[in-house]
Design a protein around this ligand. Structure first.
Ligand code: PMP
Length: 303
């Protein structure tokens, strides 16, 4: 990644190259930090951040679950996010706020180490690639299990949880797939390494219930868009073979947006091309984020 622009750190903007932390930063050793990922899109009438307030709310929820008190209020964090986009003159970008435990005591117990906040933004294209976004990606069911709810509390977007995602992603990439789909400890489909998952069968949509997954903001948006189109959406658990025989499968996430899945475990999904419901929802999603759907203007914060 090339150094670019400025990063907001604890209340002030610093040059990208100077946005450093001490090597004994607590979060770096034990993985307890909370983060968000947001996107800002360029539309016909300017740029806007998608669901800024929901992302700020989730950052505070993650911090609460992790018992980290963010030393700013939600309004200040929202402003820091908007300012980071503005100062870097980015019209379309990905935005990464990170709450972490700073330098101080070492050992698992963080004592009263300072809680720090940083916000960075950079240009980021299609997370799983342009081809995957247009034509669908190939996924495998991971040999790694997703978190048990009493091991990792998945309602929080906590940095350390992503060790599990990295293991699964590396395994999938090494085997030539684009992404991994993880099962929960009971063997039901959970989520991707950074995406929620949906299946379509006989015109109805199913998506994983919230037990073992991150409560995705894109997931929530897509459920709403689907219901507005009169499509039935059930939040119900399902098995890997139910994915294989689905007519359509897609994943959602801020980075991944709405990416079709064309193949899972070497089995073609549907006819191997993005299906009609996936295509319609992808179209609806992109028209919302680009400010072309007046009905969802409240999901956008203008820059
Ligand atoms: N699950 C995981 C594990 C994720 O990392 C993400 C990305 N934040 C999602 C789901 C999707 O969440 P969202 O739509 O809010 O980006």
């Amino acid at each position: 990644m090339e150094p670019q622009g400025k990063i907001w750190m604890d209340g002030a903007f610093v040059d990208w190259a100077d946005a450093n932390v001490h090597v004994l930063t607590h979060s770096l050793h034990y993985g307890l930090a909370a983060f968000e990922g947001l996107r800002c899109y360029r539309g016909k009438s300017g740029s806007a951040i998608f669901r800024l307030h929901e992302h700020v709310d989730r950052l505070f929820e993650s911090a609460h679950i992790a018992m980290m008190t963010i030393p700013y209020d939600k309004k200040q964090v929202a402003e820091a996010i908007v300012e980071t986009v503005r100062i870097n003159k980015l019209d379309a970008c990905y935005i990464r706020p990170l709450v972490y435990i700073g330098y101080g005591a070492m050992g698992v117990y963080p004592g009263d180490n300072p809680i720090k906040l940083a916000v960075a933004a950079w240009k980021w294209g299609a997370y799983l690639g342009d081809d995957a976004l247009a034509n669908g990606m190939r996924a495998r069911v991971s040999s790694f299990t997703r978190h048990h709810v009493n091991v990792s509390m998945t309602r929080g977007k906590i940095s350390g949880y992503y060790v599990n995602s990295i293991l699964a992603k590396r395994e999938a990439k090494a085997d030539g797939y684009d992404e991994a789909i993880m099962l929960d400890p009971e063997g039901y489909v959970s989520e991707g390494t950074g995406e929620n998952i949906f299946i379509v069968r006989k015109g109805r949509i199913k998506t994983t219930p919230l037990t073992s997954i991150l409560e995705g903001i894109t997931r929530n948006s897509v459920i709403e868009l689907a219901r507005e189109q009169g499509i039935v959406v059930q939040e119900d658990r399902f098995t890997r073979d139910e994915m294989y025989i689905a007519d359509e499968v897609f994943v959602t996430g801020t980075a991944a947006e709405l990416t079709p899945v064309r193949e899972i475990d070497n089995r073609r999904i549907g006819n191997g091309k993005p299906g009609p419901i996936t295509a319609a929802l992808q179209k609806a999603f992109f028209s919302v984020v680009r400010g072309e759907d007046a009905a969802h203007a409240s999901w956008l914060t203008r820059i």
